[in-house]
Design a binder for this molecule. Structure first.
Ligand SMILES: Nc1nc2c(ncn2[C@@H]2O[C@H](COP(=O)(O)OP(=O)(O)OP(=O)(O)O)[C@@H](O)[C@H]2O)c(=O)[nH]1
Ligand SMILES: [Mg+2]
Length: 428
């Protein structure tokens, strides 16, 4: 069962409605005032995280998403209707990436968290808007503004809520297989599982993600066996189910198993051993010494753990165990995650053009260049580094600013000023 899901879709916002040019016509007024209404705003494409979704399955068949266009304005100062926003629901934990630039646009982690991935055109003003005391009959109106189209990659990484830990061969994968639709490899030898498997447990109208990991052994926290790398994984789960072979079918004492594994957790990290933990006492179908089992149960309970007797092989006790896990999750805070600082600016085409626009000016023999994007690049330029400077210069050159300055009369040796930085212009 593959639970790292990803897919690519294209989203398109709505065009803005055009403003219109219209004039009032009334019986006794030969030439009425302007009455062209504004166009409506184009719909945005908005992603919203929804806790009821678990996978990206829905996107497998529908790949194109488009918000409504805004309506054009009409005469009699009538506004065009705004286009409806298009809401796309995604599971919590979906990362949105802009395919063209490769930039992460958003990481929708919380229920209801939203992100505008494509802004609609803003809608043009009708000529009525442009009238003023000197310009009483403007015969122009604004166009509505274009839509934005973007290819977005959605990626969903399922993070397990519950981690199954325990010695090799105690039945962790079997428990996962009977609790979820996951089909991990199960076999009667140690280290059958070499990478974790994930599955979704459905309970009532809720669900949670469970993961098994390779078996832990003494010294796992120091690198013995396969466990070390996976201790990191379970550090991100919210609760642990500690699976023990309660029948001691391989000749070990379950009390010792419990203590040894917990000692490994403790020496790996404090966080891990403090995680809420319940015990699945597995293989009860093999118990022949009931007294020894009661002793184990009492021992674990004396250490503060709840013990759930189960038999993963015969499904006995599974329901009770999962209900307990579900209940525990409900009272356990989700793991805090440190996220990279995502700062993706979603701009409409108008804003984008404005952002990229480079302005040229002249003050005597000093030629000036400025712009919003230029300012960003300027602020991150290292003026002691020739590569960084060259990048800045290339940006200015590619923007067409140098050509424009030459048209404005710039000559060799004149000064170009970018914000507070000045340099002389020489032809290359
Ligand atoms: N009798 C009995 N056998 C079980 C039970 N649960 C699991 N087994 C058997 O125990 C063996 C190991 O099961 P796995 O689920 O592979 O154990 P694991 O803990 O995932 O093992 P590793 O991946 O090697 O760490 C298999 O042969 C299972 O069929 C149980 O409740 N009763
Ligand atoms: Mg296994």
């Amino acid at each position: 069962m593959k639970l790292i899901d990803s897919c690519e879709i294209t989203v398109k916002s709505g065009n803005g409605g055009n403003g219109v040019v219209a004039f009032r016509r009334e019986k006794h007024i030969p030439r009425g005032g302007p009455s062209g209404g504004n166009g409506g705003k184009g719909g945005d494409v908005i992603f919203i995280a929804d806790r009821n979704l678990r996978t990206l399955m829905d996107f497998r068949y529908k790949r194109k998403y488009q918000a409504e266009n805004g309506e054009d304005g009409r005469g009699k100062k009538m506004y065009g209707k705004d286009g409806q926003d298009l809401i796309i629901k995604v599971p919590m934990g979906t990362v949105l990436r802009d395919v063209e630039s490769g930039a992460v646009m958003a990481d929708l982690k919380e229920d209801g968290q939203r992100f505008v991935a494509a802004k609609g055109g803003k809608g043009g003003k009708g000529n009525d808007f442009f009238k003023n005391s000197v310009r009483q009959a403007p015969n122009f109106a604004e166009s509505g503004g274009f839509s934005t189209e973007r290819t977005v990659e959605l990626e969903l990484k399922l993070i397990a809520d519950v981690g199954l830990i325990g010695y090799p061969n105690v039945g962790k994968s079997t428990l996962l297989s009977v609790s979820t639709s996951a089909t991990p490899k199960i076999a009667n030898y140690h280290f059958t599982t070499i990478t974790p498997n994930l599955g979704v447990v459905t309970m009532f109208d809720d669900s949670f993600v469970m993961a098994d990991i390779p078996g832990l052994i003494e010294g796992a926290s120091a690198g013995s066996g396969l466990g070390l790398e996976f201790l990191k994984h379970i550090e991100r789960t919210r609760i642990l189910i500690h699976v023990v072979d309660a029948a001691g079918s391989e000749g070990r004492d379950p009390k010792e198993d419990l203590d040894k594994i917990n000692a490994e957790l403790a020496s790996y990290s404090e966080k891990l051993i403090k995680k809420p933990q319940i015990i699945a006492a597995n293989k009860t179908d093999l118990i022949y010494d009931q007294e020894a089992f009661e002793e184990f149960k009492a021992y674990a309970e004396s250490k503060g753990y709840s013990v759930y007797p189960i038999s993963a092989a015969t499904h006995k006790g599974i329901e009770e165990l999962l209900t307990a896990a579900h209940r525990l999750l409900a009272v356990t805070e989700p793991e805090e995650e440190i996220m990279p600082n995502i700062n993706f600016e979603s701009r409409s085409p108008e804003e984008e053009a404005d952002y990229r626009d480079v302005h040229c000016g002249r003050e005597g023999k000093v030629f000036t260049v400025s712009g919003k994007q230029l300012e960003k690049i300027f602020n991150s330029t290292n003026f002691n580094d020739s590569g960084s400077l060259r990048y800045l210069y290339k940006y200015v050159e590619n923007s067409g600013a140098i050509d424009r300055l030459l048209e404005m009369g710039m000559e060799e040796g004149d000064t170009i000023r970018i914000f507070d930085y000045e340099f002389e212009y020489f032809e290359e």
